[in-house]
Design a binder for this molecule. Structure first.
Ligand code: NAP
Ligand code: F7E
Length: 326
């Protein structure tokens, strides 16, 4: 039975990846950090099939101990401070988790078992103020937030450990991917949850920032499959994972309100305080390499994703006793 260790198993991607690997017959270990209250909501349904190791990306000995305990064949590093606005208010902490944390984990792998295959969760935020459209594995980086800068470090330290120590280390440059398990502060989920709350009469309006930004949004369940495929190749390489389509935040808003049968103009406000100090205006990925070498294809389109998320939020809130309005 192959064994995998996932950092960030309590997050959106960690929960989908754990499901995928369990289905493939893996023994799945998750790194969890100590907290006074547990946050296992996204993996509650899997909990009795998972193994846990307590560790933190800030603490090198705990990472070494987690690897010694789990003895994994594959490590997926999904843990990070992943919310871009927080990276301006907590830039040093973001660098510790999202940048140097990658080195700590790679060092632990080198020490415990250099044959471990390693996946690093890199991000389209590294392209930032894009120097080429669409963005591919060859597009130069120009990050626009402390988060993006930290991810560039994580990307290059992964490449460097592959080249320096011959580790099987891959960096997946994933564009935005979403799901009903997305954190409530990210724009897709903020919109779909907001729409559902308005529909249920729990709120009257939704306040957003920049509606002109464009993103290449896909479904998280599809994207974790690409991570796994990267680690099954003969050679470790880096891959862009994206849909190849881009849409504005405004389009997301319109689709979500339409799907719930609500008038967008009656409920949407904007607040300049939600505009970022530096914005990423346009992202659209070129997934040709992932399609060709990994045989990867997205299965959910943008409209399908928005409908899935609105429906899930409506269902969740109906279960909580809300009452719909038209
Ligand atoms: P997420 O939902 O925010 O989950 C982040 C995970 O990291 C949580 O499990 C969190 O644990 C854990 N974590 C944070 N700091 C940690 C630390 N110091 N030590 C150990 N664990 C820590 O993120 P996601 O959307 O699943 O994304 C997964 C990864 O892909 C992240 O690295 C993100 O930056 C990257 N990424 C995401 C996207 C996207 O669109 N979703 C795109 C490209 C790249 P707690 O539950 O304890 O907080
Ligand atoms: O913002 C605009 C905002 O926070 C998307 C992370 O997973 O993907 C994610 O980063 C866009 C931005 O995601 C609001 O200005 C407008 O242009 O959902 P987001 P993100 O910053 O693209 C990348 C690939 C990652 O790696 C990250 O970890 O939406 N926007 N109004 C808003 N955004 C938010 N959050 N809230 C608003 O009210």
């Amino acid at each position: 039975m192959p064994r995998a260790l996932i950092t960030g198993i309590t997050g959106q991607d960690g929960s989908y990846l754990a499901e995928l690997l369990l289905d493939k017959g893996y023994e799945v270990w998750g790194v969890v950090r100590r907290a006074s209250t547990e946050s296992y909501e996204r993996i509650e349904h899997l909990r009795d099939r998972l193994h846990f190791a307590q560790a933190d990306l800030l603490d090198q000995p705990s990472l070494t101990a987690a690897l010694q305990q789990a003895e994994p064949d594959e490590v997926y590093n999904l843990a990070a401070q992943s919310f871009v606005p927080t990276s301006w208010t907590q830039p040093v902490l973001t660098a510790e988790f999202t940048a140097v944390g990658v080195t700590r984990l790679l060092e632990a792998i080198r020490q415990v078992n250099p044959a471990i295959r390693f996946y690093q969760a890199s991000s389209s935020e590294m392209f930032g103020r894009v120097l080429e459209t669409p963005q591919s594995e060859d597009t130069p980086f120009y990050p626009r937030s402390p988060y993006g800068v930290a991810k560039v470090y994580g990307h290059y330290i992964t490449v460097n450990y592959r080249e320096s120590y011959d580790l099987f280390a891959c960096s997946g440059i994933l564009f935005n991917h979403e799901s009903p398990r997305r954190g409530l502060e990210f724009v897709t989920r903020k919109v779909t949850n907001g729409v559902a709350r308005i529909k249920m009469g729990l709120d009257d309006h939704l306040t957003l920032g920049n509606l002109d930004a464009r993103r290449d949004w896909g479904f998280a369940g599809d994207y974790v499959d690409a991570m796994w495929r990267m680690l099954q190749q003969d050679e470790p390489e880096d891959y862009v994972v994206a849909t190849g389509e881009t849409h504005t935040v405004e389009r997301l808003v319109q689709l979500a309100f339409d799907h719930a049968g609500l008038d967008r103009d009656a409920h949407v406000r904007t607040d300049p305080s939600l505009i970022r100090p530096a914005e990423v205006d346009l992202l659209v990925g070129d997934p040709a390499k992932a399609k060709e070498k990994l045989g990867w294809e997205p299965s959910v389109d943008f409209e399908g994703l928005v409908r899935m998320m609105v429906d899930a939020d409506l269902e969740r809130l109906s279960g909580a006793g809300g009452a719909t309005r038209g």
